[in-house]
Ligand binder design. Structure first.
Ligand SMILES: Nc1nc2c(ncn2[C@@H]2O[C@H](COP(=O)(O)OP(=O)(O)OP(=O)(O)O)[C@@H](O)[C@H]2O)c(=O)[nH]1
Ligand SMILES: [Mg+2]
Length: 447
């Protein structure tokens, strides 16, 4: 029978130092029967990545257009970011009890859990199975004043600027043995502090831009002549408006921007434009009782300030333990404590927050999940596999995963008349199983 483990102060899960640090855990047996759905109901209570503009039918997407999008782990120092990163990605970066243990960003990929992929692998029994991956980056801690150089300062804010979305980790576990840079456990205060530093960083970036450009823009006048000059004026006006919006205490991602403004914003990649998921690091006990004394205050803050952002409770202590267990130990432990790991949900939420969806290629050689941004047209989706597929795109033959499951085979889907052809203006959608037809005539080599 498995015991429920209590993480005692000073315990580090640090594979880099050659041990898994649970030797001094006091093991007490608790049988708890909280259903998994209790935790799940907290974390699914928020919608994901819904920009007002998109809801209103706009097509522009706030964020980088790339298929290698990254999500950064951000928060105060010594709050469990690297512990979380290690458990999430199976890495072994140092996670010790002192602030600024992490200095250089660490990057790792984690497979995105997807039942559809698993089902396809069962159906096709392929030689090779390649799931979708989420790239996660562990970033150094931020302290009060980081935007003006305090702590490890500005360079670390630039690491945050280079990711596409943020896992904002906040400490809610009480453990007097683990130093807290603010000297107290106050999750809402910590969230506000980080939020403020990120906002201030955006303000200082915009200030610099405006100071550098105002005289040139003033010379252009209100209605400049020529497309280039008009674009310069528009960029300047947009960023001035954004500056006012952030100056009033708002994050860029909550603004109501036009497509044209979003194009400008995407050029500048402001930090508060990035989607955020708040990950609340609870003690094991609080995780088991779904953070009932902790989560409501945080939810209130998020509701007031960033209502569209998602909050997911987890426990670094629980995840560290689970991450070194084999499948049967894990199942028994999860049964004992009555809740499961939050990591699958966190990975999927991160993936969705980045606006990513999957299509599949499936056959006896390989089943593979390909990552595209929602709304990607068929030729560009083909280009993810190979640029030739995009250049010589003819069409995509598509069946949906749901149809394949329903009719049991490709021929069943065809017999039902649900095997479709998509042209260059059609989008490839989440769950499409695709065969691309393309034709590339090779140029003759010239001597
Ligand atoms: N009790 C308890 N300790 C934890 C938990 N998560 C992390 N710790 C401990 O807190 C200390 C700091 O953890 P890290 O994961 O290194 O924290 P970090 O946020 O990456 O810190 P920096 O890299 O300095 O910014 C380590 O001693 C961890 O063992 C937790 O959930 N419960
Ligand atoms: Mg760290």
């Amino acid at each position: 029978m498995l015991t429920s483990a209590v993480w005692t102060s000073g315990m580090a899960c640090c594979r880099s130092s050659g041990y898994i640090g649970f030797g001094s855990i006091s093991r007490t047996y608790y049988r708890r029967s909280l259903p998994l759905s209790a935790i799940r109901s907290i974390s699914t209570s928020k919608c994901l990545f819904l920009k007002k503009k998109q809801d209103e039918g706009n097509s522009a997407f706030l964020g980088r257009l790339s298929n290698n999008l990254k999500i950064g782990v951000v928060g105060l120092p010594n709050i469990g970011k690297s512990t979380f990163f290690n458990a999430l990605t199976g890495s072994s970066v140092a996670a010790e009890n002192y602030p600024f243990c992490t200095i250089d960003p660490e990057e790792a990929r984690v497979a995105v859990p997807d039942e559809r992929f698993d089902t396809l692998c069962e159906m096709y029994k392929p030689k090779s199975k390649i799931p979708a991956y989420l790239t996660v980056i562990d970033i150094a801690g931020l302290v009060k004043g980081a935007s003006s150089g305090a702590g490890l300062g500005n360079s670390f804010l630039s690491h945050i600027a280079s990711v596409d979305a943020i896992f904002h980790v906040v400490r809610a576990f009480k453990d007097t043995g683990i130093t807290h840079v603010e000297g107290k456990i106050d999750p809402v205060n910590d969230i506000e502090l980080i939020h403020e530093e990120l906002r201030l960083k955006d303000i200082s970036y915009l200030k610099k831009f405006i100071e550098k450009n105002w005289s040139a823009v003033a010379r252009l006048g209100k209605d400049p002549v020529g497309a280039d000059n008009q674009a310069i004026r528009h960029e300047y006006d947009t960023l001035k408006e954004v500056m006012e919006w952030i100056g009033d205490g708002n994050d860029v991602r909550n603004g109501n921007w036009t497509d044209k403004e979003i194009t400008v914003l995407n050029k500048h990649q402001l930090i508060t434009a990035k989607p955020v998921i708040y990950l609340v690091n609870l003690s094991e006990d609080d995780y088991i009782n779904k953070g009932k004394d902790i989560i409501p205050d945080i939810e209130k803050w998020i509701e007031k300030n960033n209502a569209d952002d998602l909050i997911i409770p987890f426990s670094g202590a629980v995840e560290s333990l689970i991450s070194v267990m084999d499948e049967s130990e894990k199942a028994e432990y999860e049964k004992d404590i009555g809740v499961g790991s939050a990591l699958p949900e966190i990975i999927v939420a991160g993936y969705k927050t980045l606006g990513l969806v999957n299509y599949f290629t499936a056959g006896s050689d390989e089943v593979r999940s390909w990552t595209i941004r929602r709304g990607t047209k068929a030729p560009q989706a083909a280009g993810i596999i190979h640029t030739d597929f995009e250049k010589g795109f003819i069409m995509a033959e598509v069946m949906t995963f749901d149809d394949l499951k329903k009719y049991g085979s490709e021929s069943g889907v065809k017999a039902a008349g649900n095997y479709k052809q998509k042209g260059r203006d059609s989008e490839i959608e989440d769950g499409d199983i695709v065969v691309f037809k393309f034709n590339v005539t090779k140029k003759k080599a010239t001597l």
